[in-house]
Design a protein around this ligand. Sequence first.
Ligand SMILES: Cc1ncc(COP(=O)(O)O)c(C=O)c1O
Length: 360
Amino acid sequence: MRIVDLRSDTITKPTPAMRRAMADAEVGDDVFGDDPTVKRLEEMAAARMGKEAALFVASGTMGNLVSLLAQCGRGDEVIVGDQAHSYVYEQGGMAALGGIHPRVLRIQPNGTLDLDEIVAAIRDPHNPHFPKSRLITVENTHNRCGGSPLTVEYMRSIGKLAREHGLLLHLDGARIFNAAIALGVDVKALVADADSLTFCLSKGLAAPVGSVVCGSKPFIAEARRARKVVGGAMRQVGVIAAAGIVALEQMVDRLAEDHANAHVLAAGLAEIPGLQVDEVSVRTNIIYFETTRPDVDAPCLVARLEEAGVRMGVVGRRRIRAVLNYHVTAADVQAAQARMGAALAPDTCEDTVGSSAYED
Ligand SMILES: Cc1ncc(COP(=O)(O)O)c(C=O)c1O
């Protein structure tokens, strides 16, 4: 049976072109600035984003962390959404390692922060009781808000707001190319207002490892220092960066296929009794849906699906996430839908309801 793995787009494996590029990569000691492949990737990434410079890092988490470490001091405050990856899933690294205080605002269903709420959250710089507001961070696409893309207009508005209040804007653009493709805009327009951004090569773009941080030259110099102190300066890392180059050259446009498959799967799931999915909210490659059957909670359904050769992620007691990716074809989507219908058909899951671990 062919497994349909929809747990995440991070499960994607390097393409044959990536493996060839990795084998053939010219390398050097990147801490000495000697690795030509890393340099090429960084130049490509900066040009693609319309920024002065870029820095190759090990992961999206490291990209977000070094971006904040480079721009915020101890006791500075970062305005962040309560569903942001950097707030929920990165061990509170900004606080744990940077002494940076998160000011958490409720995220709106479309992944945006309300601009009035941001203004209200900005601290009076003359009052010594408060931390200093320093930076706003946004996420595009927004993972926990159904992969929703934040528009160019929104990015412009929040950038303007940040500048008017003397704040910096960081963009967690782990899936920024998904946003650009879904919106039909040049990625440069989406990142123009960000002082710093990070995007991932290792998600929908299918590279095995790595993310890139982009911004001004002085910012990247500071981010490079921050990368060193968190142990992220690597040596002959061109062997990995080579796959990132292929990802940028060959894997961006095909993300549209993942989006098309996501629409088809969401429509199919909506037809299955016992599932609730808001098809309209599916804009990129991420689908969230819920089981409404009292006898089948999310851990139970995901366990049944695993047996049927379909992998998905539990994100709440009733909530499940499916992420379309490079290894999932249109035929796989049909198979997944059929297997889900069967998994929800006959008996109950009473013995497993509530017993599995899940994270919300
Ligand atoms: C929006 C977002 N930002 C950052 C990350 C972190 O990336 P990594 O897993 O490479 O640390 C993820 C990972 O899924 C993500 O979804």
